[in-house]
Design a protein around this ligand. Structure first.
Ligand code: GTP
Ligand code: MG
Length: 197
């Protein structure tokens, strides 16, 4: 798929203030610093569309980007950052739950997972939550440029094995690197195929 146009639309804290639309949207979620905003920039070929930072906690709001006037990418704040207060964590939870429950046009959630790490509790918990809510999702293992392909595949295998303990059918997964652009075609093709449904 060719990205002809990518434009920032809104930033806000509440699902009911997000664009009123029937166009499909794809949300990026995962631990702070996992590379959600960078992946949006990589997919759209726009260096500064979504704001990124080497410090976790950069994205704080629900950000909508309209692509080709036809579908949305949504950048969400991350979870699992140790330095966050209990209050902020609760606020994040409320905001995200409200978003997930209320966006009728949510076509798929991309759950980003750092390909360098063993399975992390916040990721496993979030995936369980999506399962409980019946929300379609795909896993994306990020930052594959930071290690060998063998190591990435070994980590993914451990992650999927962990999921197997609770999931009958394993979710689909893809790999990505915002530096090498691994995964770009695969993710965009996936979006194109869902858009056509
Ligand atoms: P929050 O908004 O804080 O939740 O983080 P985020 O998930 O949006 O992460 P962000 O895209 O801001 O990236 C965090 C850091 O990781 C930045 O320093 C990025 O340059 C770096 N980064 C993101 N993706 C990749 C990648 O694929 N490869 C490499 N080498 N670095 C990456
Ligand atoms: Mg971000």
């Amino acid at each position: 798929m060719v990205i002809k146009e990518a434009k920032f639309v809104t930033s806000n804290t509440r699902a009911d203030l997000c664009p009123q639309t029937e166009l499909p949207e794809y949300a990026f979620i995962g631990r702070s610093n996992v590379g959600k905003s960078s992946l949006i920039n990589m997919l759209t070929n726009r260096l500064k569309l979504a704001k990124t930072s080497s410090f976790p906690g950069k994205t704080q709001l629900i950000n909508h980007f309209l692509i080709n006037d036809n579908w949305y990418l949504v950048d969400l704040p991350g979870y699992g950052w140790a330095k966050v207060s209990k209050d902020s964590r609760e606020q994040w939870r409320k905001m995200i739950l409200h978003y997930l429950k209320n966006r009728q046009n949510l076509a798929c959630v991309f759950v980003l997972i750092d390909s360098r790490l063993p399975p992390q509790k916040p990721d496993l918990e979030f995936i369980e939550l999506l399962g409980t809510m019946g929300i379609p999702f795909v896993l994306i293992f990020t930052k594959t440029d930071k290690q060998t392909g063998t190591k990435t595949d070994a980590n993914i295998a451990v992650f999927m094995k962990t999921l197997q303990e609770t999931w009958e059918e394993l979710p689909m997964y893809m790999k990505s690197s915002s530096s090498s652009k691994e995964g770009r075609e695969e993710i965009l093709n996936f979006i194109a195929s869902v858009n056509q449904r």
